[in-house]
Design a protein around this ligand. Structure first.
Ligand SMILES: *Cc1c(COP(=O)(O)O)cnc(C)c1O
Length: 367
């Protein structure tokens, strides 16, 4: 048996006729940038998340940058970010000219710890940027309470957790302004790059609409130093076709996650993911941890099972951030996760037999 880490072809094959129709409608529309496709998707996204406004942009990174820009964040401001995240979270802060303030996660959820956030707040802190890592929501009630007490903005990086819930509320609807990524491998992926911003604040929404389009809301009248970060019209139409399937695709991921959780208890030194009570995890990634990570990965590869590491190097140890002066040992939890994490295959269309095969491969390694 061969188990790829991710297979996007299976689900796209199932909806191929709908995708082809959306392409055909797009060609016939005669309007190829910021047309009906983008506004229809924006309405669907706002309704789905139960927020006032959705603004389509070119990528998840741009969604974060434009959100921070719209809030007026820049030089001299500090933004709290997790020490363990995909580098995009940090880059958005850096690109806007503000200072990243990394905060360590919990060992068991891999999400930013609210207690650790409190210790890092200074008079320059403006924003908390929680990342719902691997598809599990952060403790948003605690984070929102800190933000309210300390008068800080919250920008959720919801790139990995579309459809996840805290209680009955979707991630991406808590913060002042929040970012989504539709990178193909995300739980809701385009057939190329795409992203969106979610907010209940009409003036922030209007500013983001202007910023994504050269800082202009009226053609040739520029209010802001904007970007060309318009959500591609064709990608928007494709995402509109895919959004109604998101729940069932997330349910498929959950089924695979359940097989892993139930069948892998107590194998070797494996640490399984821990989902908090009252939270709906959408398992963008199924992370396990072991001190034998590299050897296990090789063993699984030989068995035809592809795995990945999210992420092998924490942002503070990357060459790009050398100038910040961090060294090994500065964020031990982030470093430990980077050294021990292994992401198992999980995707809609993956069979339970494939998940069983992965479990067998892991059991064999530890026996
Ligand atoms: C994917 C991702 C992003 C960036 O999204 P792009 O669409 O690739 O720009 C940002 N943050 C996190 C946590 C991500 O996983």
């Amino acid at each position: 048996m061969k188990v790829p880490y991710l297979d996007l072809k299976t689900i796209h094959h199932q909806i191929k006729a709908e995708l082809n129709n959306s392409f055909s409608d797009f060609v016939d529309s005669g309007w190829y940038v910021l047309g009906d496709g983008v506004s229809i998707l924006e309405n669907q996204l706002a309704e789905y998340h139960n927020v006032g406004h959705a603004i389509g942009v070119a990528s998840g990174l741009d969604a974060l940058i434009i959100s921070l820009h719209a809030l007026g964040i820049g030089k001299g401001d500090e933004v709290i970010v997790p020490s363990n995240t995909y580098i995009a979270t940090w880059l958005a802060v850096t690109k806007i000219g503000a200072q990243v303030v990394p905060v360590e996660p919990y060992h068991h959820t891999y999400n930013i710890s609210p207690e650790n956030i409190r210790e890092k707040i200074t008079s320059r802190t403006k924003v908390i940027m929680p990342v719902h890592l691997y598809g599990q929501p952060c403790e948003m009630d605690a984070i929102m309470a800190i933000a309210n007490e300390e008068n800080l903005f919250v920008v959720e990086d919801n790139a990995q957790a579309i459809g996840a819930k805290v209680g009955s509320r979707l991630t991406g609807s808590f913060g002042d302004i929040n970012a989504l990524s539709f990178y193909p491998g995300k739980n809701l992926g385009a057939l190329g790059d795409a992203g969106a911003i979610l907010t209940n604040d009409s003036s922030l929404a209007e500013k983001c609409r202007s910023l994504r389009n050269y800082g202009s809301s009226l053609k040739y009248v520029n209010e802001y130093l904007g970007y060309n970060s318009r959500l591609d019209e064709l990608q928007a139409r494709i995402l509109s076709v895919k959004l109604p399937y998101l729940q069932s695709w997330n349910d498929d991921r959950k089924k695979i996650a359940d097989v892993y959780q139930e069948r892998m208890e107590g194998i070797g030194d494996i640490v399984l993911p821990h989902t908090l009570m009252g939270i709906e995890n959408v398992y963008h990634i199924f992370p396990i941890r072991t001190n034998n990570r590299d050897r296990l990965q090789l063993h699984l590869k030989e068995k035809g099972i592809q795995t990945l590491i999210h992420y092998p190097f924490p942002a503070h140890l990357q060459e790009a951030y050398k100038y910040l002066g961090y060294k090994k040992g500065d964020f031990p939890i982030a470093e430990e996760i980077a050294n021990t994490e292994l992401s198992l295959p999980i995707y809609p269309g993956m069979t339970e037999e494939m998940a069983e095969y992965v479990v067998e491969g892991i059991k064999m390694f530890f026996s």
